[in-house]
Design a protein around this ligand. Structure first.
Ligand SMILES: Nc1nc2c([nH]c(=O)n2[C@H]2C[C@H](O)[C@@H](COP(=O)(O)OP(=O)(O)OP(=O)(O)O)O2)c(=O)[nH]1
Length: 139
């Protein structure tokens, strides 16, 4: 029999795949937060009456101290964790030149597509990573 999940939906979460010279940025979630130490794409929840792009720029200022050039929206991923569900909305982005700083994360790393397997990502990120890697391999 199918089990119907009944967990709170936290809403839309935007995240940035920031690219630089064939590398992209991954950020390690802080200790003490949910999914601590997993590697994610910087971003966060979209507030009420806020556009996705405005939320992304706000979160990237707060977390990395940068403003980005937003290039492309990838396919959103609806995912259910044991205690909540979310819709994770990825954007490919380029930097204007400022170097990101880990203002809220444990660490930041610029990685190549080949290194992705060395990092543990939240489950919601897996289809997003697959789409992104397929896209850059075919370009
Ligand atoms: N920024 C970001 N969040 C992600 C990713 N994958 C993923 O499942 N998430 C989840 C973690 C959080 O529950 C939520 C992001 O919301 P948030 O950034 O406003 O919340 P937060 O880190 O303060 O986390 P929390 O204390 O609410 O658990 O989305 C990702 O790649 N990037």
């Amino acid at each position: 029999m199918a089990v119907i999940e009944n967990v709170p939906h936290i809403g839309d979460v935007v995240c940035a795949i920031i690219e630089k010279e064939g590398l992209f940025l991954v950020a390690q979630r802080p200790e003490g937060k949910s999914m601590a130490s997993l590697w994610e794409f910087p971003g966060g929840k979209v507030n009420q009456n806020e556009t996705e792009k405005a939320a992304l720029q706000r979160e990237l200022q707060e977390e990395l101290g940068v403003t980005v050039n937003i290039i492309q929206r990838l396919t959103p991923c609806f995912h259910t964790y044991p205690d909540f569900s979310l819709t994770l909305i990825p954007y490919r982005c380029l930097l204007y030149g400022e170097e990101p700083r880990a203002l809220e994360h444990q660490a930041l790393r610029w990685i190549t597509p080949y290194e992705t397997g060395l990092y543990n990502f939240p489950d919601a990120d897996v289809p997003i990573l697959e789409e992104y890697l397929a896209q850059i391999r075919s370009s």
